[in-house]
Design a protein around this ligand. Structure first.
Ligand SMILES: Cc1cc2nc3c(=O)[nH]c(=O)nc-3n(C[C@H](O)[C@H](O)[C@H](O)COP(=O)(O)OP(=O)(O)OC[C@H]3O[C@@H](n4cnc5c(N)ncnc54)[C@H](O)[C@@H]3O)c2cc1C
Length: 544
């Protein structure tokens, strides 16, 4: 059967995800959609894939590539080129649904090893052919697009193995095309059992290389840190040659080199290997708890107190703001139950109350002590303790909740997420300002949570759902998205906390970093990639 755009755009389990009754109820209530309207599917992407732009690479170049990787590892079919044209950003999905692929890669190459990559980059550098390193393609910042065509260098077919685990040093050396689940399973079954500690919501479909290149954060980042806190050394193939940094627990030999490549988003070279920290895997000791606070401000103060008290830190630490809490309750049919009425009676009023989730990992004594201290702090802030179950339930649907985006878009819902990092003293003003902006669009559901927490501040993560303006889906989204970014910047939030920059946020990079800093980044780029072949077209705000 011919492949369709929908085969590419779907996220998650390839079976069609249906909207549950709770979510449909919310959509009907908030957007006023009727049952008939809900049956009408909008831009499903069920058309057969046809790419108008043919491969523009010369036969001689294709022959050279074939000699390196073999015929079976070079793809120029419409499906493979379409499949490597986009990540999972909202407008990527709209374009796929419309069948609009203007600048596909000319070819997709699957290198078998580092040496293949060295040779491929040499050819591309000589002939000025664009190269885009590809992991799981879960980028939500237009990071894997190929505006100048060229080749998509997909590392997931061969560069997907653990090379070495060192149980004395607690380190793992891994190839970057390895997907999250395979990596974690390997570590969970190795020796005394280990964990990588990095679990983004896209875990099932993202790779170690993508985590590094886009500078991600997982749900346990409050305990284990972001990806940059886990990396000890990297191997990178650049157009200028191979850089392989040495592995030390720390050093003082000038500035460190490997951090330059974390967050480089394919713009400097191909990260082929990384040495990362690992930790003991002991899920039997993990303790879960949860609370409801009377309002967001109090929940945030309690969270900050935990992070600044020296009592140890939880690994998973989240607060949902009042609207996110209410939507969670509505979709789980909690509204109107005895428990709901009891909470309202006790002063935990719907529209104001906030959920907090906590999970602590480590030794038995550590988890016991940290959870007990958090409970004391929560009690001081008049929280209602709701036990382990809500956090466990949340974790069960953590990955699959993202699968809902496709059926939501099918019924004409514009939905996306944005995130920022902010110091504690700016957090509440920023939350209020962005919420106000989000709500300026009629009938918009604006849900906010904190999910990555530090001694000095936290992230804010915004999810919005709003009726699409059919026929003008991309332009109206861009306009709205621009307003959100500008509101974040005007209220002292970072441009990104863990999604990276890509091409989506590139226009704001100079303002964010300052001219001198962007010039410094450009100088590094120009040194390592003098012909501008690595992920070109404004990635990170870099030229060309
Ligand atoms: C539903 C959903 C949920 C998400 N949740 C999270 C989350 O919780 N936390 C989070 O951090 N992110 C999240 N993301 C964003 C995304 O998954 C991350 O940015 C992820 O790290 C990208 O990994 P990937 O393997 O898919 O990389 P890709 O999308 O393939 O690539 C991302 C960028 O990195 C570059 N790149 C990839 N591999 C290499 C390499 N080996 N060398 C050099 N450059 C490379 C690419 O060129 C591109 O610029 C989410 C995305 C989706 C769709």
């Amino acid at each position: 059967m011919a492949k369709t755009y929908r085969d590419i755009l779907k996220w998650g389990d390839k079976r069609e995800t249906q909207l549950d009754d709770g979510t449909l109820h919310v959509i009907k209530e908030k957007f006023g959609y009727s049952d008939t309207e809900l049956k009408h599917k909008h831009l499903t992407g069920n058309q057969e894939i046809i790419i108008k732009k043919s491969c523009s690479l010369k036969e001689t170049i294709l022959d050279e590539f074939t000699q390196i990787v073999g015929k079976e590892n070079i793809e120029t079919s419409d499906f493979e080129r379409a499949n490597h044209s986009f990540g999972k950003y909202y407008t990527d999905l709209v374009k796929l649904r419309k069948g609009e692929i203007e600048t596909p890669p000319d070819a997709v190459l699957y290198p078998k090893n580092d040496e293949d990559i060295v040779q491929i980059l040499a050819i591309c550098n000589k002939n000025k052919i664009a190269v885009t390193p590809i992991g799981g393609q879960s980028s939500v910042t237009r990071g894997v697009e190929t505006p100048q065509g060229g080749i998509s260098l997909d590392l997931t077919r061969y560069l997907n193995k653990v090379l070495e685990v060192n149980e004395i040093n607690h380190t793992v050396r891994v190839q970057t095309g390895m997907f999250g689940p395979a990596f974690e399973e390997y570590l969970n079954n190795y020796g005394i059992k280990y964990s990588c500690g990095h679990f983004p919501q896209s875990f099932e479909y993202s790779t170690v290389g993508g985590w590094l290149a886009a500078k991600g954060a997982g749900q346990a980042s409050t305990g284990y840190g972001k990806i940059e806190d886990m990396v000890l050394s990297v191997k990178v193939v650049t157009p200028k040659g191979v850089i392989h940094t040495k592995t030390y627990p720390a050093s003082a030999q000038g500035w460190d080199i490997h951090p330059i490549f974390i967050g480089s988003e394919g713009s400097l070279g191909v990260i082929t290997e990384v040495t990362m920290k690992i930790r003991k895997y002991q899920p039997e000791n993990t303790r879960f708890t949860s609370f409801i606070f009377k309002d967001f401000e109090t929940a945030v103060t309690a969270m900050r107190t935990v992070m600044q008290s020296g009592i140890g830190v939880p690994h998973l630490f989240r607060i949902s703001d009042p609207e996110e809490t209410e939507i969670a309750f509505k979709t789980k049919n909690f509204e109107g139950t005895f428990a709901d009425k009891f909470l309202n009676f006790k002063g935990f009023q719907s529209g104001k109350r906030c959920l907090m989730f906590v999970a602590v990992e480590g030794s038995k004594s550590y988890t016991k002590q940290v959870v007990s201290s958090i409970k004391k702090i929560a009690k001081k802030h008049k929280a209602f303790s709701t036990g382990a179950k809500p956090t466990k339930k949340w974790l069960e649907q953590r990955y699959s909740s993202a699968y809902l985006r496709d059926p939501l878009m099918d019924i004409g819902v514009m939905t996306d997420t944005l995130e920022t990092a902010v110091l504690w003293d700016n957090l509440i003003p920023l939350w209020k300002a962005v919420r106000k902006y989000l709500k300026s669009r009629d009938k918009t559901v604006a849900m906010v949570h904190i999910s990555h927490v530090y001694e000095n501040g936290a992230n804010l993560y915004f999810t919005f759902l709003s009726p699409m303006k059919k026929g003008n889906e991309i332009e109206e989204y861009r306009e709205y998205h621009k307003g959100i970014i500008e509101t974040i910047q005007a209220n002292n939030g970072s441009l990104s906390h863990h999604h990276g920059v890509g091409r989506t946020l590139a226009p704001w990079m100079e303002q964010e970093l300052g001219t001198k800093s962007i010039e410094l980044m450009q100088a590094i780029k120009d040194h390592l990639d003098p012909n501008g072949i690595m992920n070109p077209g404004n990635t990170l705000g870099l030229k060309p």
